[in-house]
Write a protein that binds this ligand. Structure first.
Ligand code: XMP
Length: 517
């Protein structure tokens, strides 16, 4: 494991991802973790992240210099570089020479461990106020910029390295190469962490954990639960049963994808509960978004628990014990809940598929170490269909929160037809990878006048909400080509009777959220 010590910048997770792209397993730990605890994890190397602070700021996070005496290879980045310089006896000064953004780096030792094979002048991404003016004794300065004399230093004997810039961001043209030089050449690590090795490792861990007992997994139609289920199935086969609650709020074809394609690809045992009537009648009359979310969440848990209880009883009758529940928790959730920074409750998310509080099962979470793109790669490795593995995010409450106003069967049918047209055209235009997701929203309580054929219509508008995003925390509206928008609009108004207008949402997030409710 390579540990990335997080000094509070948003870059730590990105650094961990870059290390993993170099096929070496990496985790983030907080900078408040004592060095003894860091070393107890037996890291093969440590990377100190950047941070928002100046080493001279009052509450600046500090570093216990004993880390550098432990014989573990260390790479300091940005703030981590300055901490390293200061702690090892170099000097860091507030020179007033702020550098921010794209900067030219001059490599003075082209054959060095970090820079070998990279150009003598390369673009890097800088973001700092203080600067290292003198490298610690025993260190070789290997790069500088026009503003700072010490932009990188190396000590091969002690296997300690640092750069002032951010090699992890894409604006640093040779960043990945420099990171890999540190990992492979500096720390002597080999790129052995592959999708195949993740699968093998997890399969073994799941077998060890579950033993001969049984496990249950709720499928939502999303990537995470599908990959988690496929992994657990690979490990324990028929000891796993999946439950799919069909709440009737899925998009066209999605329930069939779970019931047929997923089962065909994995051979998993699946219990489908068709609860669409129950959800529709519970939603009757509800128009407030939070109320709708709560109803869907509540019903979901009830139905799921009932299915669970039935499975437990059946197993019990056969002399078996259901002791495990599979969850598709991902690494960013783990880091975030460990960080303890509670985000404001903007919408009651995670209410669907959310866990009941009095849990009598032990959790199996085979994706706890993985980022989303790694989950997709594992899904691919496991042979899951492309439509499931590459699926864009879709909210748990489904189309229930994409119909403004009351959710009825007629409105759901209208929206499903409009939505599938938008999806088809976006896919045909090759835009799936560019777009994070494109909700189609039916304004159920709004009607407008139109003219179609020779007649007047009085129908509902739908809104297209294509967004681009990295993580759904922020998003920008996608600048879709006009001809694609035109095709979607023409097809929806021609093919979906009851919809006579198509509008485009051009709001970024913030201020708008991605979903309308
Ligand atoms: P918002 O609308 O808050 O959405 O900008 C951010 C991302 O979260 C998805 N979303 C949900 N996902 N359960 C989920 O699992 C939910 O209740 C839920 N609500 C929104 C949304 O599609 C977007 O990707």
């Amino acid at each position: 494991t390579v540990l990335v010590v997080d000094f509070g910048a948003q870059y730590a997770q990105l650094i961990a991802r870059r290390v993993r792209e170099a096929r070496i397993y990496s985790e983030v730990v907080p900078s408040t973790m004592p060095v003894a605890e860091i070393l107890a994890k037996k890291p093969k190397a440590v990377i100190l992240s950047g941070g928002p602070s100046s080493v001279y700021a009052e509450d600046a996070p500090s570093l216990d210099g004993s880390l550098f005496e432990a014989g573990v290879p260390v790479l300091g980045l940005c703030y981590g570089f300055q901490l390293m310089a200061q702690s090892l006896g170099g000097s860091v000064a507030n020179t007033g020479s702020r550098e921010y953004g794209r900067t030219d780096l001059n490599v003075s030792k082209p054959g060095s461990t970090l820079f070998e094979g990279t150009p003598s002048r390369q673009q890097v991404w800088m973001s700092h106020g203080d600067a290292c003016s003198e490298a610690p004794a025993g260190f070789t300065v290997t790069a500088s910029t026009d503003m700072v004399p010490v932009a990188a230093f190396e000590n091969d004997e002690r296997r300690l390295y640092g750069v002032q810039y951010h090699p992890e961001v894409m604006h640093t043209t040779h960043g990945q190469q420099v990171l890999e030089h540190f990992l492979y050449r500096g720390a002597g690590l080999a790129p052995t962490w592959t999708t195949e090795s993740i699968v093998d490792e997890q399969v073994e861990a799941i077998r060890r954990q579950v033993g001969s007992k049984r496990a249950i997994c709720g499928l939502s139609g999303g990537v995470d639960s599908a990959v988690a289920a496929a992994l657990v199935h690979k490990a324990i086969g028929t000891q796993l049963t999946c439950v799919y609650v069909d709440h009737g709020l899925m998009r066209k074809g999605e329930t069939e994808q779970v019931e047929k394609d997923f089962v065909a690809a994995t051979g998993v045992q699946l219990k489908v509960v068709d609860a669409s009537e129950r959800f529709l009648s519970a939603l009757a009359g509800a128009t407030d978004p939070e109320q709708k979310r709560k109803i869907i969440g509540r019903e979901f848990i009830r139905v799921f628990e009932q299915a669970q209880a039935e499975l437990v009883a059946e197993a019990g009758a056969a002399g078996e014990d259901v002791a495990f529940l599979v969850q598709g928790t991902l690494y960013p959730d783990v880091v975030e809940s460990g960080g303890g920074t509670g985000a404001a409750n903007i919408k009651s998310h995670h209410n669907v598929g959310g866990l009941p509080e009095d849990l009598e099962f032990e959790l199996v979470e085979p994706l706890r170490q993985l980022f989303k793109d790694e989950v997709r790669m594992v899904g691919q490795e496991l042979g899951l269909p492309e439509e499931i593995v590459q699926r864009q995010p879709f909210p748990g409450p489904g189309l229930g929160i994409r119909i403004i106003g009351e959710v009825t069967r007629e409105r759901l049918d209208l929206l499903r037809e409009a939505d599938v047209i938008a999806r088809e055209e976006l896919t045909a235009a090759g835009l799936d990878r560019e777009i994070w997701q494109c909700p189609v929203v039916l304004l159920g309580d709004v009607r407008s006048v139109g003219v179609q054929g020779d007649g007047r219509t009085y129908g509902h508008p739908v809104v297209l909400r294509p967004v681009s995003s990295e993580d759904a925390m922020t998003a920008d509206w996608s600048r879709l080509p006009y001809d694609v928008l035109a095709r979607i609009s023409t097809r929806i108004t021609n093919e979906v009777s009851g919809v006579n207008r198509v509008a485009l949402d051009i709001t970024s997030k913030p201020p708008g959220t991605i979903e309308w409710e």
